[in-house]
Structures are given as C-alpha cells and as structure tokens.
Write a protein that binds this ligand. Structure first.
Ligand code: K2U
Ligand code: ZN
Length: 170
C-alpha cells in the first residue's frame, strides 16, 4: 500500500479523460488499494484515479459513518438519474480549503466492476450520490469548480497557485 501524491488544481493533468480499464488485474488492484489509503490519509470520502495522475476509470469512495467501508468502482457508468436535483456543499482533495454549492441529480444508479472484477449496481442518494457524480466528473477531466462562476473560479485558481508556490518554498 502507498500514499500517492494528489494533483492540485489548476494542474492541466486534472483535465485528462480517463480510459476504461481493460482487465481488473493485480496492477489495478494495487492502484485501488493505494487510492483507498490515499483517500483515508487525506480524510476524503472519495478519490478518482485522475487525481493521482493515473488516467484509468477507477474510483474509490467511503461515505460510511465510521469511514470503514470502502467502495470500489471500476469502469463506472451512471444508468439512471433522478429528475429531481439537489444543491449540495462540495469540496475536493485537489482544491483544498475550497467548499461551494453544486447542483446534482438527487439520486443516481451506477453500474461498475468491483475490486474482484465482478459487476454490481449501486442506487445512491444523499452524500453518496453527490460523491459518485463528483468522482465520475473527475474521470471526464472535470473539477467541481467548473460549475462555479468565472469570478469564483479565477479567484480559486489564483489562491491554489499561491498556496502551491508557498508550500514549495517551505
Ligand atoms: O474528489 C475528491 O477530491 C474527494 C471529495 C469527494 C466529495 C466531493 C463532494 C462531496 C462529497 C465528497 C472529498 O472527499 S472533499 C472532502 C469532503 C468530505 C465530505 C463532504 C464534502 C467534502
Ligand atoms: Zn474532487
């Protein structure tokens, strides 16, 4: 298991479109385990492979109360979306300290492969629904700040560039 470095917005690699996983093999299982470790280490409830500069369709999530029930979604696809929308507070490990409201489908049904390579379906609502839509955006190269106004996004971009520069200076 290893903690992986998380790309920081506005790193252009965050806008890469991930390719489908061809074979759920040992390399993919190792990636899944590293994503789970990295997610917990950063107190996230989700993490997409895109965020660690691996551009394959893999997501991990854990929206459980005790943060002890990791969910693995390989080649996820949303097969149903509710007409009902919901406004929810979002953050992102690639955009630290920034939180803002984004409108999402209130409920979604997702079909994916698990860590064992077997297909399953997940009916998600609440935080799980928000998180899976947020992570699937990552696999399409989209970061949640792109739903915000140009003014907000420009201010966030400037803040992230300064934060990264200050951290590099130590
Ligand atoms: O993609 C990520 O960086 C992980 C996000 C997932 C997430 C986004 C929006 C709403 C829920 C989860 C991080 O977990 S951001 C931290 C966080 C945790 C709980 C609620 C909101 C944000
Ligand atoms: Zn994110």
């Amino acid at each position: 298991m290893a903690q992986l470095p998380i790309l920081r917005y506005p790193d252009p690699r965050l806008h890469t479109v991930a390719r489908p996983v061809a074979d759920v093999n040992e390399r993919i299982r190792q990636l899944v385990d590293d994503l789970i470790e990295t997610m917990y280490a950063n107190e996230g409830v989700g993490l997409a492979a895109t965020q660690v500069d691996v551009h394959e369709r893999v997501i991990v999530m854990d929206t459980s109360e005790a943060h002890d029930q990791p969910l693995v979604l390989i080649n996820p696809e949303i097969i149903e979306r509710s007409a009902e929308l919901a406004l929810g507070e979002e953050g992102c490990l690639s955009v630290p300290t920034i939180y803002d409201k984004v409108e999402r489908h209130a409920r979604v049904t997702v079909r994916a492969l698990g860590r064992d390579g077997q297909p399953f379906e997940l009916q998600a609502e609440g935080l799980t629904s928000v998180c899976v839509q947020h992570e699937m955006d990552h696999l399409l190269g989209k970061v949640f700040v792109e739903y915000l106004s140009n003014l907000k996004r420009d201010r966030i971009r400037t803040k992230m560039i300064k934060k990264t520069r200050d951290e590099q200076r130590g």
